[in-house]
Design a protein around this ligand. Structure first.
Ligand code: WT7
Length: 651
């Protein structure tokens, strides 16, 4: 397997122990305390999780902590809760009423502070708007929004009335929305006229309009006026957010829903076919996100938390909306690009709002390193006490820079491993306890029985590569792939027998038991911490009239972790040209979204195939990584394509 983790040879790197200063105030303040609680949580997981879940508000207590008929889990069955009540009302009803829940900054510099008391009113109003527009419990609502507080308000309002949200990242194109609409069956869409990004308005409503030309299932589009850009409104279908909230009450009683009531579906890429709708439910998901925030981010009432992800990804769901709000902290939310007007934007905001916990992705850190130290150095970052990383392995250079220039050498860094499917962080340091080594997510969270298995299902020894698996169910785990139980079973539970979750990542443990993630084992790319299926990009390419065949592989990239390399063969009547190359790259941007645009696009006379017609991506991967093909090519159907491929990448 080609390693995506550049730090794997740095096993002997410096170990960073948490400072006494940090540990003495932390919830878990030593490795001894971590080990003791971990042992207990693995021996008696139900006891551990029940204790965590009890810190939430339940309208009806559960009867059974876990019902497990692999791969189907029911957590806190018989219990009823309202997820929104837990994130909003319970704080608004107490001393946190006038505490800032969300401190938001728009890219142009506009600012809003929303207290828990205000958030409750806003969420209730929008819940009433959804009800007025015919949304019922279990109906799906598609949310396609910029990073504005209304995105979180819309999600919480869905949760409040038991509707299932399907947030689609604002960078996705019309076809990606149309696919998700069709699969999720949403009849209502919440969107905005546009959002600000790098000083420009990125229009959103026109993309929704385009998606809707292919579908008639949507009866209502609710549009937030964010940018005042000119958009079309379809009079029988489209309504303005501000008009709608003006007609309803700011009161709404949050009724309890079953613990296993669906909370949201979020689409993510797999190795084959269309993106999968990952289904999460209520009580378990909230318990997982709440508990990981409490222990891994060590969240306190006085913290100001900032997760820089977009709400369109799972990180935004779990660590902007549900986890932090369930903990009642203040958080920062930012609309735009990290480099607008320059690379000092984040650090200016950290200083201004006194951010104490900062959570971002390695790809962003690498961009900051490149931009230069003067940007962070111009700001007082001394409020920070804890840093986090997510999305891909963090290379030692990025780790050390983050530690020194952002954390001032005093903040622990939690390198958090998890997935859309896992709902919450599963492997991470506990900041007051775990010694950190740059490049490893270290040890499993409480209740998480993580292991590395070989093909035969035997646990690997220290230093041996294998598959990362989770051997016991956990509360925030995926419940199904929306509408496709068989794919759910096949994708995650068929590598091993006996209800073992297979994450799709290769990994190894070092002699101290730390987990080092090597990279994906399937045809999934990790580009700037975002998951892209090679099959999706290939299918976008072949949907262009000039393309006969396409194969996509990842190649290492200093900034993005992985970059997208595409090989394309053209239909007879088309000729290679720079214009066509640009057109094909842009075509992928139009079909999926800008994040999926191939970085390299090579025209090829033929693609390397086995005699049975399977594209040998392994050879293409070697070619883009090393510029050579030395691997076994005896199974190749036509050896001459190799020469032409070698020529194609030189051009
Ligand atoms: C894949 C999941 C988890 C939220 C963001 C991505 C990779 C994630 C780490 C990490 C090494 C990581 C894995 C995983 N990944 N975090 N700390 N170290 N790799 O969620 O889009 O579902 O992608 O991201 O390969 O399987 P996602």
């Amino acid at each position: 397997m080609s390693s995506q983790n550049p730090s794997l040879n740095h096993d002997k790197d410096t170990v960073h122990k948490p400072s006494k200063e940090f540990s003495s105030k932390a919830r878990i303040s030593s490795m001894g305390a971590y080990r003791k609680l971990y042992k207990e949580s693995i021996e008696k997981p139900n006891k551990f999780w029940a204790r965590e879940a009890k810190e939430l508000v339940w309208q009806k207590p559960w009867e059974k902590v876990l019902t497990w008929k692999a791969p189907h889990a029911k957590w806190f069955d018989g219990g009823k809760l309202n997820v929104c009540e837990n994130c909003v009302d319970r704080h608004a009803a107490g001393p946190r009423k006038n505490k800032a829940a969300i401190i938001w900054e728009g890219e142009p510099g506009d600012k809003r502070v929303i207290t828990y008391g205000q958030l409750q009113k806003d969420v209730c109003r929008f819940a009433n708007v959804l009800l007025k527009n015919g949304v019922k419990a279990k109906d799906c609502v598609l949310i396609y929004m910029p990073m504005v507080p209304e995105a979180a308000i819309a999600m919480l309002a869905c949760a409040r009335i038991g509707a299932v949200h399907n947030v689609v990242f604002g960078g996705f194109a019309a076809e990606a929305i149309a696919d998700r609409l069709e699969d999720s069956g949403a009849k209502v869409i919440v969107t905005a006229d546009g959002g600000w990004r790098r000083g420009k308005v990125v229009a959103l409503k026109p993309v929704v309009d385009e998606a809707l030309t292919k579908s008639s299932q949507v009866t209502r589009v609710i549009v937030l006026n964010r940018c005042n850009n000119s958009i079309a409104m379809e009079p029988t279908r489209d309504v303005w957010w501000h008009d709608e909230v003006g007609t309803v009450s700011s009161k709404h009683i949050a009724k309890g829903f079953d613990s296993e009531h669906p909370l949201f579906v979020l689409y993510t890429s797999g190795s084959t076919g269309k993106p999968k709708g990952i289904l999460h439910t209520s009580g378990g998901y909230l318990t997982g996100t709440y508990s990981t925030c409490k222990y891994i981010f060590d969240m306190r009432d006085e913290d100001v938390f900032w997760c820089t992800a977009d709400v369109g990804w799972i990180t935004g769901h779990s660590y902007i909306v549900y986890g932090p709000l369930a903990n009642g902290v203040t958080q920062v939310m930012y609309e735009g690009a990290p480099n607008f007007p320059d690379f000092g934007r984040f650090w200016k905001m950290v200083e201004e709002y006194g951010v104490t916990i900062f959570y971002t992705a390695p790809t962003a850190i690498r961009a900051f390193i490149k931009a230069g130290n003067p940007f962070p150095e111009a700001h007082d970052l001394s409020s920070l006490r804890l840093l986090g990383s997510v999305g891909e392995p963090i290379n030692p250079e990025a780790w050390n820079w983050y530690h020194k220039y952002i954390g001032g050498g005093k903040c622990p860094i939690v390198d958090t491993w998890w997935q859309t499917e896992t709902g919450a962080i599963l492997i991470s340091p506990i900041p007051g306890a775990t010694p950190c080594k740059p490049g490893t997510a270290t040890l499993p969270f409480f209740g998480i029985d993580a292991a590395i298995l070989d093909d035969a299902g035997k646990e690997c020894k220290a230093g041996e590569d294998g598959r990362l698996v989770i051997r016991k169910p956990w509360p925030s785990m995926i419940r199904s792939i929306y509408g496709d139980k068989e794919r759910f079973k096949k994708t995650y539970w068929s590598d091993y027998a006996g209800g073992i979750y297979s994450a799709g990542d290769g990994a190894r443990r070092d002699k101290d038991g730390n987990f080092w993630i090597i990279g994906r084992l399937d045809d999934v790319l990790n580009v700037s911490g975002h998951r892209l299926g090679t099959a999706e990009i290939e299918s976008a390419l072949v949907s262009h009239p000039a393309v006969a065949e396409a194969a996509v592989v990842g190649r290492p990239d200093d900034m993005k972790g992985q970059a997208v390399a595409a090989f394309v063969t053209l239909k007879e009547e088309f000729v290679e040209s720079e214009n066509l190359r640009d057109e094909l790259r842009n075509h992928v941007g139009k079909v999926i979204g800008a994040i999926a645009k191939p970085d390299d696009l090579h025209f090829a006379v033929g693609l390397p195939k086995t005699r049975s017609g399977k594209i040998m991506r392994r050879l293409l991967k070697e070619l883009v990584c090393t510029g050579r093909i030395s691997g076994n090519i005896t199974t190749l159907e036509d050896g001459s394509v190799i020469d032409s491929l070698l020529r194609s990448i030189k051009r």
